[in-house]
Design a protein around this ligand. Structure first.
Ligand code: ADP
Length: 583
């Protein structure tokens, strides 16, 4: 750009210099020629009388030659004297005899007609461009000859040469000045433009803070202002867009539900991490790939395809079988993208919810069963007693024992249910006191006496007399031991063994309850402390229960700042160990 401005400048200056030079030289040449002509005319007028006199005297050729020479010296021009027939009588520069007839020379012709003849042409005799002026010589009003004066134009050429030389030096100075000027101006014009171009480049590369400080011409200032304004707006808009995009990304990635958006050809346009987690895949190039390529689930595909075709919202429950079984709730809705329709699917993993529902239904059935069995038994025995069995003391006592056991079972169940509702409503804060272990264990064994006797279990109790009390609540410790021992009785076939060992170690009292029962399979060990968890009936036999007992135990132990652990072998037995702080 700078070069173009520079070259244009120089061209303009050169052309104007040339045109001016030509015109000036032309005008000056004409002016010089006019001046020479009028000088010759004046001289011709002045000498024609002298010549007329010589002609009237009929002088000879030699006389005319001398006269021409003398006059030529006086006026500084070539003098030629010609008679009316065109014959040269005398010439200051050449021998008249050698000269041809001049009748056809235009200036001579004009002069013979009585006017002042003028001509500018190349002289073949003198071999140079000459200016000719001829004046008629009259005697008594009749033309007797012509006196012609001529000057070579070489003088004028000298002037022209001098002029051109002067012009050349002037042009050099002019061009140098123009060069400096144009360099300065072109920089002044192109620098701000270059600055704008650079700034635009920077913005294109993402440097939106770029601003221009122009102190150039007014137009450039305006351009810079407009540019800065534009950059500011661009910066603000991009920040706004980035901010919005970031927010959307944060929302999408923090969503628990999976989100999948597709275009009208079912190609994925958006996908959040939860969706990848639910469908168990991770693909950085997921976008623009067909949905079925990423998630091979026909139900999901048909749910989305339906929306693309019918363009209305749908809600469906679909099942995944691999890598693990999952139940998903899929909300699909049409979405208007850039000119085209697409669809968005919100996927919620409701497996746990469904499992929980199942557990709760089972729990209700279990609780009802747990309540109904003892009630039926109690009702049956009470009826038998009333029918007359009360008369036999032994039978009465046995029946009352069963009634007591069943009542206890119901009370325990209700206690467990109440225990959880208490935890949830955070009622009754724990008040820990030293609790003696031995009497508590004996009390619990007493409560379970009937069941133990019924199953003919051998119970071995090993509790040192001087064992330290534990920091707990008495009712709590009763519930812990009752649950553990009741489980040991329940899950040990008749004639089994149950050991109760208590010992002290560091600042803790350890209580171990070991049975020789059915045992717990490995996958169950980690879950038995969960609320409502029960081993399936196939494993545990049809033993009644609610799945609450061990979760109550664990919760109580933790409340007393203790720990519980379990080890078990299928078919060989189970050992629960609790560790409670010594009082
Ligand atoms: P419930 O006994 O009412 O089913 P629990 O919470 O007391 O509920 O026990 C949870 C599960 O743990 C039981 O269903 C049973 O399968 C298993 N379990 C508990 N104690 C024993 C044990 N001593 N031997 C074998 N399995 C046991």
């Amino acid at each position: 750009m700078r070069r173009r401005i520079f070259v244009t400048y120089i061209l303009v200056v050169s052309i104007s210099l040339l045109v001016t030079g030509f015109m000036t030289i032309n005008v000056s040449e004409r002016h010089l020629q006019d001046a020479l002509e009028s000088k010759l005319v004046t001289n011709a007028q002045a000498i024609k009388r002298i010549v007329a006199y010589e002609i009237s005297m009929n002088s000879d050729q030699g006389r005319f030659e001398d006269l021409a020479l003398a006059l030529s010296r006086d006026i500084g021009a070539r003098v030629t004297i010609i008679d009316v027939d065109g014959r040269v009588l005398g010439d200051s520069n050449l021998d008249a005899k050698d000269l041809e007839n001049h009748l056809e020379r235009s200036e001579v012709k004009q002069a013979l007609r009585g006017d002042i003849g003028k001509s500018l042409r190349y002289s073949t005799t003198l071999r140079s461009k000459m200016i000719y002026v001829a004046a008629p010589i009259k005697i008594d009003d009749s033309i007797v000859g012509v006196v012609r004066l001529s000057l070579p134009l070489s003088e004028m050429n000298r002037f022209t040469q001098f002029f051109w030389k002067a012009m050349f030096y002037a042009a050099l100075v002019g061009l140098a000045a123009a060069g400096f000027m144009s360099a300065y101006l072109s920089r002044k014009v192109s620098n701000p433009i270059q600055e704008v171009a650079l700034a635009a480049g920077q913005i294109a590369q993402g440097n939106y803070d770029m601003r221009i400080h122009s102190d150039g011409p007014e137009e450039m200032k305006l351009l810079a202002e407009a540019f800065n304004h534009m950059a500011h707006h661009l910066d603000a808009t991009i920040k706004q867009l980035t901010d919005r995009k970031n927010k959307i990304e944060v929302i999408l990635s923090s969503m628990v539900d999976g989100l999948i958006a597709v275009d009208h050809q079912c190609r994925v346009t958006m996908l959040n991490p939860s969706a990848e987690k639910i469908f168990d895949f991770s693909d950085k190039n997921a976008k623009q790939r067909h949905l079925l390529e990423l998630i091979r689930n026909q139900d999901l595909y048909s749910a989305i395809d339906d929306v693309l075709k019918k363009k209305h919202v749908t809600i469906r429950e679909i099942r995944l079988f691999a890598p693990e079984e999952k139940i998903l709730l899929v909300h699909t809705a049409p979405m208007m993208g850039d000119d085209e329709w697409g669809a968005v699917a919100l996927v919620r993993d409701i497996t746990e919810l469904r499992n929980l529902e199942k557990v709760r239904t089972e729990f209700t059935a279990n609780v009802s069963h747990e309540l109904k069995t003892p009630l039926t038994l109690i009702a049956g025995f009470v009826e038998t007693l009333m029918d007359g069995a009360y008369e036999d003391e032994g039978t009465s006592l046995r029946f009352l024992g069963i009634i007591q056991r069943e009542t206890l079972r119901m009370t325990r169940l209700i206690d467990e249910l109440l225990y959880f509702s208490n935890i949830e409503s955070r009622r009754n804060p724990t008040v820990k006191t030293p609790v003696a272990v031995r009497p508590t264990a004996e009390k619990v064994l007493n409560l379970l006496q009937t069941s133990i006797a019924e199953k003919d279990h051998q119970v071995l109790v090993n509790i040192p007399e001087d064992i330290a009390p534990v920091m707990a609540e008495e009712d709590g410790l009763v519930q812990i031991l009752l649950n553990l021992l009741d489980n040991a009785v329940k899950y040990t076939p008749s004639g089994g063994k149950i050991n109760i060992d208590v010992w002290e170690e560091d600042d803790y009292v350890y209580i171990a309850i070991e049975d020789s029962g059915v045992g717990i399979p490995e996958e169950g060990i980690s879950r038995i402390f969960e609320r409502f968890y029960r081993m399936d009936k196939a494993r545990s036999g049809d033993i009644p229960g609610t799945g609450l007992g061990l979760s109550v135990v664990k919760h109580l132990v933790q409340t007393f700042e203790g720990e519980i652990s379990v080890s078990s072998k299928i078919g060989q037995g189970t050992r629960f160990t609790i560790k409670l702080p010594r009082a």
